[in-house]
Design a binder for this molecule. Structure first.
Ligand code: NAD
Length: 402
């Protein structure tokens, strides 16, 4: 962001405003456990910048959640909504907790408690949460219900990623992988690769990684490497993704023991020869220590922040094209926006209509970034930051904030 501000000749006060969240809220959530004991959880909501519209961003439940991770994710959401030119700002929320230790009834009480704490700073026009790591459509449903109990009215657009009966959108569940697929199609075209001839390696086999592996396989792509936290798999002839998905679900989200491929280490997976590497697991997967060994032609970041800045430099020097997370994984927030639009009109679209809109928006954003990166001879990440920082800065300026 600093580099974009410098290259765009932004004034210091603009940079000062964009470097930090505009508002952040902290709460302590006391929770009655099923055994009668009480525990207290720390919770956060960060509204990073709302110059372009209501802040938007998911709520993470994670043992390692801190105010700093929430700030970083809220910052990325600000650039992500701006890259897609959605009329939204960026926000994020979280609870420091280990959801694996909570029963369903404890999760429901925690979800309702979070909404009671933050409802005063949330509304359709102010701040709109969504699911993120370890939060689900069911958790969104409990939060929406609590919000509507507090306000005494229906407000389906106050939260997205809801189950369909409460005003969720068709196509929301796999929107991030579907959006990623559109980007892979477009980068393949731009570089003259044939989607169904290229070789793909995917890190992470959850919602996003499993989803993109399935879509690539369906389109005739050859997925030679996949991984989950426990192990990685390699088959030069291509892995049978539908069977691997069944194995992963049946074995407690593990890939070990799958028949149709050789087990390799997670480190080896990232350096496999392939056309496109898709990190779709965790942040900081590619660092200074393993970037030199990466031999992919293109990296499409479906995880948030999988490449450290020093690894990014190495990829630039090696001529590896990186499609940045703030574009590549924006399918989820784009369909969340479409969900809000449907909620506002109380009129719902078919899956085809949603996917058509998603395709147009993702593809349009891809084209703008690609053309700018070619025109200015800069990376796609720098192009993404120049476009988004300029859009947010412009909105701040016309409001008279800077
Ligand atoms: P998930 O929990 O469903 O899946 C994560 C996967 O990564 C699992 O298969 C897990 O085993 C694997 N994994 C974890 N640590 C690993 C490691 N060290 N090495 C290899 N694999 C590892 O999560 P998800 O929803 O698929 O999210 C994945 C990433 O995508 C996150 O960075 C998330 O922020 C980002 N993202 C998700 C969405 C969404 O809609 N779910 C939207 C935008 C961005």
């Amino acid at each position: 962001m600093d580099r974009a501000c410098h290259d765009l000749g932004m004034r210091d006060e603009v940079r000062e405003l964009l470097r930090r969240p505009m508002r952040e809220y902290h709460a302590l959530l006391p929770l009655q456990m099923d055994n009668g004991n009480r525990r207290v959880y720390e919770a956060y909501r960060v509204q990073y910048n709302n110059a372009r519209g209501p802040t938007k961003g998911g709520i993470r439940w994670h043992a390692n959640e801190t105010i700093d991770t929430v700030r970083a994710l809220a910052c990325w959401m600000t650039w992500k909504t701006a890259v897609l030119d959605l009329p939204l700002g960026g926000g994020k929320g979280g609870i420091t907790c280990n959801p694996r230790e909570l029963s369903d009834t404890e999760k429901e009480r925690l979800a309702r408690s979070y909404m009671r704490a933050f409802a005063p700073v949330m509304s359709v026009d102010r701040d709109v949460p969504a699911p993120d790591v370890h939060t689900t459509p069911q958790i969104m449903a409990w939060m929406l219900d609590e919000y509507e109990i507090i306000t005494g009215q229906h407000h389906p657009g106050v939260i997205t990623g809801k189950p369909l009966p409460l005003g969720g959108s068709a196509g929301r569940a796999d929107a991030t992988s579907f959006g990623g697929m559109i980007i892979i199609r477009d980068i393949d075209e731009a570089l003259g690769l044939k989607l169904n001839k290229a070789h793909y390696v995917i890190q992470g086999f959850g919602n996003v990684g499993g989803g993109i592996a399935k879509l690539l396989h369906e389109q005739g792509g050859c997925v030679v490497g996949i991984s989950a936290e426990d192990t990685a798999l390699y088959n030069v002839k291509g892995i049978d993704i539908p069977s691997a998905l069944v194995h992963y679900q049946r074995n407690g989200q593990r890939l070990a023991g799958f028949d149709g491929a050789d087990e390799i280490s997670n480190d080896e997976l990232l350096t496999l020869a392939c056309d496109i590497l898709v990190p779709a697991a965790i942040e900081h997967a590619l660092t200074r220590s393993n970037a030199d060994a990466v031999s992919a032609r293109v990296i499409v970041e479906l995880a948030n922040g999988p490449i450290t800045p020093s690894a990014d430099h190495i990829f630039r020097d090696k001529g590896i094209v990186v499609v940045p997370d703030i574009l590549a994984n924006a399918g989820g927030v784009t369909v969340s926006y479409l969900e809000q639009v449907q909620n506002a009109h109380n009129y719902y679209w078919s899956l085809e209509q949603v996917r058509h809109q998603l395709d147009q928006r993702m593809s349009g954003a891809f084209r703008s970034l690609w053309e700018l990166s070619q025109e200015r001879s800069i990376s796609m990440r720098d192009a993404a930051y120049q476009i988004s920082v300029e859009r947010v800065a412009k909105a701040c300026e016309v409001r008279g904030w800077v």
